[in-house]
Design a protein around this ligand. Structure first.
Ligand code: 5GP
Ligand code: ZN
Length: 111
């Protein structure tokens, strides 16, 4: 399958990993929208949030967001977690992922 995040997961494309477990990995967004902009990505391919019914994985993605926000020093100042889904949600890479944005105020209550 021609999926950029699968290729990164399989190490077909080199990438600097911020964090890695058996089920997920974290990289910095190539086009950062904030001083800290991480992507939390399951190793298993799910096209989008509606395709994933794995409660442990989804929970671990949120816990990872909070843990890495603390590590990056943006937890106290604040951060935003975002999962874009399909066209109206602004999804551009169709492999489930969660954005973690921080280091500056996020303008607007919701994007
Ligand atoms: P989406 O719009 O699907 O929610 O987010 C996809 C994100 O992946 C975008 O913010 C985009 O900048 C990022 N991205 C796309 N290709 C790559 C890549 O090859 N490496 C990294 N690190 N980020 C990527
Ligand atoms: Zn994929």
């Amino acid at each position: 399958m021609d999926c950029i995040f699968c290729k990164i997961a399989n190490k077909e494309i080199k990438s600097e990993l911020v964090h890695e477990t058996d089920e997920l990995f974290v990289i910095r967004d190539i086009d950062p929208q904030a001083p800290t902009h991480l992507l939390i990505i399951p190793k298993k391919h799910f096209r989008d949030l509606t395709e994933c019914k794995e409660t442990d994985l989804l929970g671990n993605m949120l816990i990872t967001a909070a843990t890495l926000a603390e590590k990056e020093g943006i937890a106290k100042s604040g951060f935003r977690t975002v999962v874009n889904t399909n066209e109206d949600g602004g999804q551009t890479v169709f492999h489930l992922h969660m954005h973690v944005l921080g280091g500056r105020p996020q303008t607007g209550r919701m994007g």
